[in-house]
Design a protein around this ligand. Structure first.
Ligand code: PMV
Length: 326
């Protein structure tokens, strides 16, 4: 490793309960995954990303994160988090880049500062949203958002546009989750906008959002008690409500339905419209196999990974196309 490179990584995440409704200040429960994005950075004569000149107009995360730099940089990124798949690729990228840049500047940022930087980078790219993903990808482990009674493990609070999000550390449950990727790329911004438009014109949508909040609290209670049956039921109910909100699709429904005979519950995870679903199961191999048989890609997840961290070593060539994270 050349000494001039500074490297950091951050994990992806999956949402057990509460995506979309969290944008409206409702609760959510999220776990970090063992899939990570790594970013190396060094001073340079011109800005490059993986050997190519950066087109900042097409790279809002990088544009935002380099806004205060007085010199050019080379970035090299490596990712095993598929982009636009609901696994927090955009937040993990933002967190890893922010930490690598901060390390290069000789700083050792607090988690709260990194979350703020990553959240703002995401807002620059997708326009609106909650600090849920940025919090999960920076902190790692597991996080709860707006969960009453979690104040003693509070990490930080963000407020924006009349909403606020109190983020706490939570215990990672000893449960097995399998993620199924439909392979359909679905950026977050349009899905968030879709729900916003629906909620604006319909009380029914607002009630669905409220109900997802209630389900999330019941599910979190079940998670704490290790009650997989109830948690699974809440996940499936959440999936149905998200489908009514219009953010599922037939491919996601297919993978959810195929997993159910071997799962306590399953649902889409992340912004939907494609991307991934997650199943809670005691039979991960069987769930993985039905997902693969239906044309999906299955990952048996190890939950509760470490958050953003400084790495020793320059990153290798990327596994996924990192030129257009949404
Ligand atoms: O699809 P992802 O990984 O970007 O997750 C989006 C989660 C939402 O709740 C839909 C949006 C948000 O900002 O919280």
């Amino acid at each position: 490793m050349s000494k001039e490179w500074h490297t950091a990584s951050a994990p992806g995440k999956f949402v057990i309960l509460g995506e979309h409704s969290v944008v409206y200040g409702k609760p959510a429960v999220v776990l970090a995954t063992d899939r990570r994005i790594t970013c190396s950075v060094r001073r340079s004569k011109r800005n490059t990303l993986n050997g190519e000149p950066i087109e900042f107009s097409k790279q809002p995360h990088f544009r935002y994160l380099t806004r205060n730099l007085r010199h050019a940089v080379d970035f090299v990124t490596r990712s095993d988090i598929p982009a636009g798949a609901g696994l927090g690729s955009s937040a993990a990228l933002s967190a890893a880049v922010a930490l690598a840049l901060s390390t290069m500047a000789g700083n050792d940022p607090a988690e709260r500062e990194l979350v703020e930087e990553a959240y703002n980078a995401e807002l620059a790219a997708q326009g609106s949203g909650s600090p849920m993903d940025a919090s999960a990808c920076v902190h790692g482990n597991g996080i709860g958002v707006n969960i009453p009674g979690c104040e003693d493990r509070k990490l930080w609070k963000f407020s924006r546009g009349g909403r606020s999000w109190c983020v706490s550390d939570i215990d990672v449950p000893d449960m097995t989750f399998v993620i199924g990727n439909t392979g359909i790329r679905a950026p977050t911004g349009p899905q968030v906008d879709k729900v916003r438009r629906f909620a604006k014109r319909s009380n029914f949508a607002t009630e669905m959002i409220e109900e997802i909040g209630n389900i999330t609290l019941s599910g979190y209670d079940a998670l704490r008690k290790n009650d997989v049956e109830t948690l699974g039921r809440m996940m499936l109910m959440d999936h149905k409500l998200l489908s009514i909100l219009g953010v599922s699709c037939k491919e996601l429904n297919k993978l959810v339905n195929a997993s159910m005979p071997y799962s306590y519950g399953a649902k889409l995870t992340g912004s939907g419209g494609g991307g991934c679903m997650v199943a809670l199961t005691d039979e991960p191999e069987k769930v993985a196999s039905v997902i693969e048989n239906r044309g999906g890609t299955a990952y048996i997840v190890s939950a509760g990974a470490q958050g953003a961290r400084v790495e020793d070593g320059e990153s290798q060539s990327p596994l996924f196309d990192v030129s257009s994270y949404e």
